[in-house]
Write a protein that binds this ligand. Structure first.
Ligand SMILES: Cc1ncc(COP(=O)(O)O)c(C=O)c1O
Length: 377
């Protein structure tokens, strides 16, 4: 079996992830912040440690401003639905995921929010001058996909923030965090949304959002926090303002394991390895007859995500053939129809290959050999 679908969720997970998860579900198990007994306190301590480590990982100075969510989608919903209201204008790009576009469409229909989509080039590059020109007096936020989940192209966040000044920069880092270094301060990010089950190597069911001081989205949900139980008013302090109900402590424990693994390996080494795998794939694909690789193929800061097609086959046919050979990729529109329109692959989409840190050179070679056979049939 060869797993090349790490952009959907990473697999396998490192030992550290499994150890932390197993320790939590077999020996801790308590509900954090709810009760005063040892198991509840230990669960809360694990969450505290994970929050501290994750905040440090993104250079966020105030760990209480890092909120755990169910996934990258919930983080983006909190930012978009929580910050935008009537008569607001927002700018985004043609590479966005449906986790951005669907909340925006909802706001357009329900709250009269207007949005402008800046068309990226087929290589995924964003015209920052066009972005600056689209700014209006009522532009409340700019939403940027840091790394495309279709072609891996990354955007220069610092330059974008310079172009938009005080307008809130919301960044979707689902495909970059854990693969590409992210520094909230250096990159001037106001709101950072991401998944924890992809390159951060936690299990599924966890995402997070970091919200810079001075930005206070409306919460998406209200309820029990284990704090201020005497009051029926939802607490206003962080992280409780946004985190309520029993958290996904098993996933948070697993994330702590994932972060420990990344720390041991070093993000630089992980990034370099993924880039080498990306380059090997691009190189190999360029030697396969009928193969077309989309996007910018040479950018070494790209996320490890590659889209291609075989001219003589539908992506679904290629995916079927690969699946028969126990090689697992994703095909189709990958939740980003506008991105496919941008690269000219709508409506059939592409075959998306996303290696992970544990992908071996031999696996890439085997994938390329099998693809060669498929292309020849
Ligand atoms: C760019 C991008 N944004 C948002 C998401 C949604 O993340 P999640 O699956 O954690 O909800 C994904 C998931 O693939 C993504 O690639």
């Amino acid at each position: 079996m060869i797993y090349l679908d790490n952009a959907a969720t990473s697999f396998p997970k490192p030992e550290e992830t499994i150890e932390h998860l197993t320790r939590f579900v077999t020996t801790v198990g308590g509900n954090p912040g709810r009760s005063g007994h040892k198991l509840s306190v230990e669960a809360a301590r694990i969450i505290f440690e994970a929050r501290e480590k994750l905040a440090e990982f993104i250079h966020g100075k105030r760990s209480e401003r890092l909120i755990f969510t169910a996934n990258g989608t919930e983080s983006l919903n909190l930012a978009i639905l929580g910050l935008l209201g009537e008569n607001d204008h927002v700018i985004t790009t043609s590479l966005e995921h449906n986790s951005v576009m669907r909340p925006l469409m909802h706001l357009k229909e329900r709250r009269g929010v207007e949005y402008t989509v800046i068309q990226c080039g087929p290589d995924g590059c964003l015209d920052i001058e066009a972005l600056a020109r689209a700014m209006r007096k009522n532009t409340k936020a700019v939403i940027i996909n840091h790394g495309s989940n279709v072609i891996g192209t990354t955007q220069p966040l610092r330059e974008i923030k310079q172009a938009i000044g005080n307008v809130t920069l919301i960044t979707d880092a689902c495909q970059t965090i854990g693969s590409v270094p992210i520094d909230i301060d250096r990159d001037n990010i106001d709101v950072l949304c991401f998944s924890c089950h992809k390159s951060l190597l936690g299990i599924q069911g966890l995402g997070a959002i970091y919200i810079r001081e001075g930005i206070n989205p409306r919460p998406l949900k209200l309820g029990g926090t284990g704090s201020r139980s005497e009051s029926i008013e939802h607490p206003d302090f962080l992280p409780d303002r946004y985190e309520c109900g029993t958290p996904n402590t098993p996933a948070i424990a697993s994330l702590l394991g994932g972060l420990t693994f990344i720390e041991k390996q070093g993000l630089g080494r992980i990034a370099a390895r993924k880039n080498a795998l990306r380059e090997k794939l691009v190189q190999g694909l360029s030697g396969i007859e009928h193969a077309i690789v989309y996007g910018c193929r040479t950018n070494e800061t790209n996320a490890p995500v590659i889209s291609f097609n075989l001219k003589n086959k539908l992506p679904s046919e290629v995916g079927y053939e690969l699946n028969q050979r126990e090689i697992y990729v994703r095909v189709g529109l990958t939740c980003a129809p506008m991105a496919h329109k941008t690269i000219g692959t709508f409506p059939a989409g592409t075959v998306r290959v996303s290696p992970g840190y544990f992908t071996t050179d031999a696996e890439i070679d085997h994938f390329l050999e099998e693809l060669q056979h498929i292309a020849e049939r």
